[in-house]
Design a protein around this ligand. Structure first.
Ligand code: ADP
Ligand code: MG
Length: 292
């Protein structure tokens, strides 16, 4: 049977919006030595705002129209920002079919003129558009996430997005450090310039910021960390599912996160408040002391 101290910690955590799938996850959380956080949608709000829009050919409105079409059904926070930007300008999305997500890179699809793609510089490179994409990215903000729009090896345009840390992320990380958590890391698919800017704002050491990762890279980094003790991974996306499952404690963002992430996790954060995660960690430690 589950000890009373665990049950009461579980219910106190639940009142703070931190739902454990069982007592074992709470007991493991008490022993965690490293916390690794996804960035987009986890440490940041994921409610990015589109900043600059640049056209390589045609108009900026046409670039946004096609981007909104490609991103019409994606659940990625970037897609949401692009749809809102198009909507705010009264631009209806272009019809795009055969849409396919390429995790941690972008999306591909087909419009009236043939295959199109939207995503980061890695996707552009794979499409044979690396130098054109780099030139276009040079016209956008270096410290922001960029989305390049292309057709085959041709770059049509792109835009940059600003994603802000959640108001509670810095306090949550500071509280975990005060509680003596040895190691706090960021693991993101986003570009290094953006990861380092957000990491600096949140007090994460530069050496512990891992950027431009694929889902399997996050998985490998979590496995590496577990050589030094128990690891918690906090994430929201489909791209985080493998790392969430591999971590000793997988913690998923509850409301805005993807279903795949929630299923892979041991804990759901309903409030998205990182200070509450730190509080749940303290509850877990106290319960562990009581049952010893
Ligand atoms: P994170 O690990 O920070 O949550 P992801 O792995 O979800 O980020 O995405 C990594 C990068 O892949 C993004 O920064 C973006 O450049 C690109 N990307 C992923 N999905 C999309 C999409 N739907 N549209 C455009 N770019 C995308
Ligand atoms: Mg994410």
């Amino acid at each position: 049977s589950v000890p009373a101290a665990i049950l009461s910690a579980l219910s106190a955590a639940a009142r703070g919006g931190v739902l454990f799938k069982g007592g074992a996850a709470l007991e493991t959380l008490a022993k965690v030595r490293s916390f690794a956080f996804d960035k987009t949608g986890t440490l940041t709000t994921g409610r990015a705002e589109v900043g600059l829009i640049v056209a390589a050919t045609g108009t900026e409105a046409a670039v946004l129209r096609l981007l909104a079409g490609i991103e019409a059904n994606s659940e990625h926070p970037i897609a949401d920002a692009i749809r809102r930007a198009a909507d705010a300008r009264g631009i209806p999305p272009a019809p795009v079919s055969d849409v396919r997500a390429i995790h941690s890179e972008g999306v591909t699809g087909t419009d009236a003129d043939g295959p199109v793609w939207a995503g980061n510089l890695r996707l552009a490179a794979r499409m044979g558009a690396e130098s054109a994409a780099l030139a276009l990215a040079g016209r956008l903000d270096d410290a922001q996430t960029v989305v390049i729009l292309g057709r085959g090896a041709q770059v049509l345009g792109g835009l940059s997005l600003a994603d802000q840390p959640r108001a509670t992320s810095a306090a949550g990380i500071a509280a975990l450090r005060r509680a003596g958590v040895g190691h706090i890391a960021m693991m993101t698919g986003d570009r290094r310039t953006v990861a380092e800017r957000i990491g600096a704002e949140l007090g994460i050491d530069r050496a512990d910021i891992h950027a431009e990762l694929l889902p399997e890279d996050k998985l490998r980094l979590v496995a590496d960390l577990s050589a030094h003790g128990k690891v918690a991974f906090v994430g929201d996306g489909v791209n985080d599912a493998a790392a969430l499952a591999r971590a000793d404690v997988g913690i998923a963002m509850g409301a805005a996160g993807s279903d795949v992430a929630l299923q892979a996790a041991d804990v759901a954060l309903l409030s998205e408040d990182m200070a509450r995660l730190a509080a749940a960690h303290r509850l877990a430690r106290r319960a562990a002391i009581i049952i010893k």
